[in-house]
Design a protein around this ligand. Structure first.
Ligand code: T4K
Length: 370
């Protein structure tokens, strides 16, 4: 290993100066949790930034997805993408429902509405789609399928912070959308997430579900969970949110540098062209095709030799994991586009303060691996 390691991502932290006033408020009030003042402020500021009206902050996206399914009482089949982080399918199982895998579109890597429609059975109750790498799903196509068959449409929007489609916030699509503010995401509160609701009634129902189902001191309306965010996490989010445009601009800049350097390399396909209005440059995924001088896995290993930790998001496919691979929908012939994606895609290091010299090391190897 020649120089310092380069990771696929590194979180941006708020400065200690920016976070201190929020910490002082916590230490003075001694309100640490349970819908405290910082949480309420974070919710309001986030909703304003994202351009939505009703949003519930939770402790992470995984539990946000569980709550979303529980809210609609979904215990039947949920059609979902095998090309995602394992949390998507795990959340379906934790809600007591059954994941059914449908194939993805080879270009967007998101659920293909036609494949979704072909997977519907009398037991299907919902679609859980993922905006993989922040690339928007075919929201119109999925909405049409959901409408035709009376299904709920829930988006795992863990990657889609701030993304806009045709000028509109992507997280306003579907019945509910769930964001992640994990350390590895475009915007983080160390851990955290949010559920975007279409109306106040739904938001309040989700808030109740996130707080054990408590209505008041003597009334508990349902079997809720504790998925609340603490005031400390809200403080991190509040201190970082004013920097979000600067964070996304820095990501866009680096994504553009990758694009300039790699988009013409024979055998490589860069999936996220820069300069698309409303994108967030969460990842820089490349597809390593058969014409490239080595396989995706060999390139991954070659980068590692130089201390560059690119990641094979998402390999293995969720449908290949032991707890899912025996499902009929996990059969390889059902997922002809997801399979090669799982074998060919590599996400290159990308985070706002990635030094250009380190990015050039990545570019040097990827553009001339042998
Ligand atoms: N849905 C989707 C589509 C998701 O991608 C995710 C999470 C979820 C749902 C669930 O969201 P949450 O419940 O977490 O809110 C990472 C993240 O842990 C995971 O949150 C994320 N997706 C997934 C795509 O990536 P790993 O196992 O690859 O993380 P890890 O620990 O290997 O971190 C990757 C790199 O990031 C490290 O090499 C170094 C850097 N890093 C990481 C952490 C945690 C840091 O520099 N500092 C840190 O604190 O899963």
């Amino acid at each position: 290993m020649s120089s310092s390691p380069v990771f696929v991502t590194r979180p941006v932290l708020p400065s200690l100066t920016d976070i201190m006033p929020f910490l002082e408020r916590i230490w003075t009030s001694r309100v640490l949790s349970n819908n405290g003042p910082l949480l309420q402020q974070f919710e309001a500021d986030l909703a304003r930034y994202l351009g939505v009206e009703f949003l519930s902050i939770v402790c992470n996206a995984s539990l946000g997805l569980v709550l979303a399914l529980r809210h609609y009482g979904i215990t039947g089949e949920v059609i979902t993408s095998p090309f995602s982080f394992v949390a998507t399918s795990h959340a379906i199982r934790w809600a007591g429902a059954e994941p059914v895998f449908a194939d993805i579109d080879p270009h967007t890597l998101n659920l293909d509405p036609a494949a979704v429609e072909a997977s519907i059975t009398p037991r299907t109750q919902a679609i859980m789609a993922v905006h993989c790498y922040g690339i928007p799903c075919d929201t119109e196509g999925l909405a049409a399928v959901a409408r035709r068959h009376g299904l709920r449409l829930i988006y795992d929007a863990a990657h889609a912070f701030g993304v806009r489609k045709n000028g509109h916030p992507l997280v306003a699509e579907g019945d509910l959308s769930v964001l992640s503010f994990h350390a590895t995401k475009v915007f983080n509160s160390f851990e955290g997430g949010a559920i975007v609701s279409p109306d106040r009634e739904t938001k309040l129902a989700l808030d109740r579900l996130a707080n054990y189902g408590i209505v008041d001191e003597v009334t508990v309306s349902e079997i809720g969970l504790n998925t609340k965010m603490s005031e400390l996490h809200a403080a991190v989010g509040l201190a970082l949110l004013p920097r979000i445009d600067e964070i996304i601009d820095a990501r866009d800049h680096l994504a553009n540098r990758y694009w300039q350097a790699l988009s013409q390399v024979p055998g490589l396909h860069c999936l996220c062209p820069p300069g698309q209005p409303g994108q967030n440059s969460y990842m820089f995924p490349i597809r390593v095709g058969p014409e490239y001088p080595m396989s995706r896995d060999a390139l991954h290993a070659r980068l590692k030799e130089d201390g560059i930790f690119a990641r094979r998001y998402f390999h293995p496919l969720i449908s290949d994991l032991p707890m899912y691979r025996d499902l009929p929908s996990a059969a390889p012939e059902n997922l002809p586009n997801a399979r090669p994606a799982g074998e060919q895609i590599l996400c290159l290091p990308l985070y706002p303060d990635l030094p250009e010299a380190d990015q050039d090391r990545v570019i040097g190897i990827v553009s001339q691996p042998c």
